[in-house]
Design a protein around this ligand. Structure first.
Ligand SMILES: NC(=O)C1=CN([C@@H]2O[C@H](COP(=O)(O)OP(=O)(O)OC[C@H]3O[C@@H](n4cnc5c(N)ncnc54)[C@H](O)[C@@H]3O)[C@@H](O)[C@H]2O)C=CC1
Ligand SMILES: O=C([O-])CC(=O)C(=O)O
Length: 339
């Protein structure tokens, strides 16, 4: 006999992987040995839309692969050591990248740029060479810069397709639903919130006014909620006290976004979620990449939705978001230009 909370847990589990129809999809995780990479690999092993899982890291991927491969789902798992990147990328349709260093207390995501920019550039360059038509899901921070780095690296190699490069901002969406549901006293599944902009502090803009349960939250409670959504990452960095940043919730969010993309690639219609992509929405202000609701389909990005009506508070949040986002994007592009 299931308790009510057990039934709820099963229901939300089935929300993570809501489809059982399978097609042949090979997914690679680059950085599979890390804090995100390991649980993400486990979750992807359980995804019925993944038929083959290719796990790569400069350290430890064969061990993670041996471990995860014993899980009794249908997919095949192979691990690749540091010198086997090209083999890991052979024939993949989707590449998820959580490779790179995480924050310590007192650091911003931008402080990771110097280390992670070259890691992401070199991985993108290998993808462009070995699997140029793969869909690339970038988790490595700072996402506002690493996504332009991937795009510019592929463009330099002559293989860039903007429909196939995504910054994973799903953790912001997951947090927004969880935190809003906590205030409204409802299940997070009912409190879905569109989060737009980018993935760092002020560039994270939750559109609470467009949500049934978000729109009633006002005053100090609203301000605190917005701050918590924008700085949820810092909350985890502080609590981990030098041992890294969000890994488990990020693995969940990464698996959720990957599954959404696989549903779209599988031909399902109406798969819509926020993600950071090359976007026309603020192009007139010199901002080429932006996160908003995107319909995912057989080609990757099928349709980029406009933001819809914003409240006065959200207009102000957007004013703070845009200049910072623009700077982060330009920094990423300039890095590849000068490489
Ligand atoms: N997009 C988002 O919402 C989030 C992004 N992140 C970011 O994800 C990244 C990874 O975080 P964690 O897993 O906690 O770090 P971690 O240090 O635990 O794992 C990173 C892994 O990347 C591997 N790696 C380093 N260079 C590599 C290369 N050239 N090729 C392949 N693998 C390589 C390392 O060996 C390590 O196993 C960080 O940049 C972090 O800031 C973290 C949480 C949320
Ligand atoms: O805060 C960090 O550095 C990791 C991250 O992106 C998040 O948790 O949102």
């Amino acid at each position: 006999m299931f308790t009510r909370s057990a039934v709820r847990a099963l229901t939300s589990q089935s929300r993570l992987f809501s489809t059982t129809v399978a097609r042949q999809t090979k997914v690679a995780v680059l950085g599979a040995g890390g804090g995100i990479g390991q649980p993400l690999s486990l979750l992807l092993k359980s995804d019925p839309l993944v038929t083959s899982l290719s796990l790569y890291d400069i350290r430890g991927a064969p061990g993670v692969a041996a471990d995860v491969s014993h899980v009794d789902s249908a997919s095949e798992v192979t691990g690749y050591a540091a010198d086997k990147l090209d083999e890991a990328l052979e024939g993949v349709q989707v590449v998820v990248i959580p490779a790179g260093v995480p924050r310590k207390p007192g650091m911003t995501r931008d402080d990771l740029f110097n280390t992670n920019a070259s890691i992401v550039r070199d991985l993108a360059s290998a993808i462009g060479r070995v699997s140029p038509t793969a869909h690339i899901l970038v988790i490595s921070n700072p996402v506002n810069s690493t996504v332009p780095i991937v795009a510019s690296t592929l463009a330099k190699a002559g293989v860039y397709n903007p429909s196939r490069v995504f910054g994973v901002t799903t953790l912001d969406v997951v947090r927004a639903a969880r935190f809003t549901a906590g205030i409204a006293g409802v299940h997070p599944n009912d409190a879905s919130i569109t989060v737009v902009g980018g993935h760092s502090g002020a560039t994270i803009v939750p559109l609470l006014s467009q949500s049934k349960y978000g729109q009633g939250i006002k005053g100090e409670v609203y301000d605190k909620l917005v701050h918590r959504i924008q700085f949820g990452g810092d909350e985890v960095v502080k609590a981990k006290d030098g041992a890294g940043s969000a890994t488990l919730s990020m693995a969940y969010a990464g698996a959720k976004f990957t599954h959404a993309l696989l549903r779209g690639l599988n031909g399902e219609k109406g798969v819509i979620t926020p993600t950071f992509v090359q976007s026309p929405l603020y192009k007139d202000q010199g901002i080429d990449f932006f996160s908003s609701n995107v319909e995912l389909g057989v080609n990757g990005v099928e349709k980029i939705y406009p933001l819809g009506p914003l409240s006065a508070e959200e207009e102000k949040l957007m004013e703070a978001c845009l200049p910072e986002l623009k700077k982060n994007i330009e920094k990423g592009k300039a890095f590849v230009e000068s490489s």
